[in-house]
Ligand binder design. Structure first.
Ligand code: SF4
Ligand code: FE
Length: 482
């Protein structure tokens, strides 16, 4: 049964999460003012699934049970599914103007589903069966699952087994009849405090000596030995001030954290890879590919909000009709839609894997993400250009509420007559939030490093680009025979 947004919140409240923020363990994770907006963003993935007008994008039918499910728990069955995934992400980006976090798990499900099928085929293992039981449970319970890939990695020039500290990549430290015990950490865990389970995957392709590191599994986020240290975001303490203007987006946000696995037990039926080092690379490549596709949806939706905010700020300042402003808005739109075109195209060019689940076109997905490492920066630059300096120099919300100061601020910060100062400040603070503030984690900087830093895509583009095939084309046209 799909959960309502409220049921989702209560289900997270029931977890015994061990979460640290500003050096202290939180007693109440769900109502914490710094974390709550990020929980609200995940809640939106439940709220919008319940709206009839968004049913087609937000829900689908499970190919395993025939039941109606949230699309965030779907195993893609066609290119149409892949396209709808991207459109769903754009929609939620538009509605939350932040990272709604639930895609990491969705992308992990799809990578692990098809990879386990191929591991079993090669080794006679039963990981795919384990995963089928797991994903059926996820769909039935409508869980949010965090995909966990990024290990700390220590000295980047060394493989996992050669690191000075053997725990710098998450690894198996004990093998028991009923399962394994794992130790390590996963960095930048998007949405980890808002997830029911954490689905762990290896972070790089591995060699035969890295057996203990080639491990994939899922455990509840409140398992014994799992704890989370929340990442700092710029301007995060503004959320403690009690106002709703200076935060820019008071309802929604994103969160990331370091997740520590301090000798965590994983039962056999939740293990999806265990020592088959030659398949670690496939799992990583597929997960990264799906998440690079995702950015052609979510970042475009957030970009839509930023373009709208820039246009509004121009309207409020009376420069809406200036030709250079119009042209900047055109440029922002062009860049944003180019990202969407990439997200859609790698979906259209998708193909079935051996398991039957659909995979995106890897080259185009990597091109998509490579563009995402650049275009949002230019979109932000143009938004800042249009917004003007006031976006970072304006006095605080409290000053506007101070009776002695308010008349002066209202007199001197007035833009176009008839537009309230409050509305002008609201839109400027939203632009600040998206370009420099807490949402920059989910928009600007995440565009650079989320789903892999630029160089990771360039390696994939080199591998997929088929330069020899292109040389052959040139030879043919130039009538070169060697
Ligand atoms: Fe989803 Fe985008 Fe956030 Fe990744 S960055 S979890 S794709 S919203
Ligand atoms: Fe991300």
């Amino acid at each position: 049964m799909m959960m309502t947004g409220e049921q989702y919140i209560e289900s997270i409240r029931k977890l015994d999460l061990k979460v640290y923020l500003f050096g202290e363990r939180l007693k109440n994770v769900v109502d914490n003012p710094i974390l709550r907006p990020s929980l609200n963003s995940v809640k939106a993935t439940y709220d919008y699934a319940a709206k009839p007008e968004h049913e087609d994008l937000m829900t689908t039918t499970s190919h395993l049970t025939g039941e109606k499910i949230n699309r965030f728990t779907n195993i893609h069955q066609s290119t149409d599914d892949l396209i709808k995934k991207v459109k769903m992400q754009r929609l939620l980006g538009q509605k939350t103007a932040s990272c709604f976090q639930r895609c990491v798990g969705m992308d992990a499900f799809n990578a692990v589903y098809s990879t386990t099928y191929e591991v079993d085929e090669a080794y006679g293992t039963s990981y795919h069966n384990n995963f089928l039981e797991f994903i059926k449970k996820v769909q039935k319970e409508d869980w949010t699952v965090d995909g966990a890939m990024t290990d700390p990695k220590g000295d980047r020039s060394l493989p996992p087994h050669k690191q000075a500290d053997p725990d710098l990549f998450l690894r198996v430290v004990e093998r028991r009849l009923d399962g394994v015990v794992v130790k390590g950490a996963k960095m930048h865990q998007t949405g980890i405090t808002n997830s029911h389970e954490v689905l762990v995957m290896p972070t790089i392709a591995m060699g035969p000596d890295d057996k203990d590191y080639a491990i994939s599994f899922s455990v509840p986020t409140d398992s014994e030995g799992v704890f989370i240290i929340v990442g700092r975001q710029s301007c995060d303490t503004r959320k403690l001030e009690g106002g709703d203007i200076d935060v820019g987006n008071s309802e929604y946000g994103g969160m990331e954290g370091v997740t520590i696995f301090d000798n965590v037990f994983v039962p056999n039926d939740r293990i999806f890879l265990n020592g088959e080092t030659d398949f670690a690379g496939m799992m990583v490549e597929r997960f990264a590919g799906y998440h690079r596709q995702s950015y052609g949806g979510c970042k475009v939706g957030v970009g839509d909000v930023l373009i709208g905010a820039a246009a509004l700020s121009a309207e409020y300042a009376g420069v809406e009709r200036a030709s250079h402003v119009k042209d900047k808005l055109i440029e922002m739109t062009h860049l944003n839609e180019t990202l969407f075109a990439c997200g859609v195209s790698c979906s259209c060019e998708g193909h079935p894997t051996k398991s039957g689940a659909y995979m995106i076109d890897l080259l185009l997905a990597n091109v998509c993400k490579q563009n995402v490492t650049r275009f949002p920066y230019e979109i932000v630059r143009l938004a800042e250009d249009i917004a003007g300096g006031l976006m970072v120099t304006a006095p605080s919300e409290q000053d506007f509420k101070n009776e002695a100061l308010a008349p002066y601020l209202e007199k001197y910060l007035q833009g176009v007559c008839g537009v309230s100062i409050e509305n002008r400040m609201r839109v400027l603070r939203l632009i600040e939030n998206l370009s420099l503030g807490t949402a920059a984690v989910g928009y600007r900087t995440e565009s650079m490093h989320g789903a892999g830093s630029p160089q990771a895509q360039r390696i994939m583009i080199a591998r997929q680009g088929n330069i020899n095939g292109k040389k052959a084309l040139a030879k043919h046209i130039a009538k070169i025979s060697e």
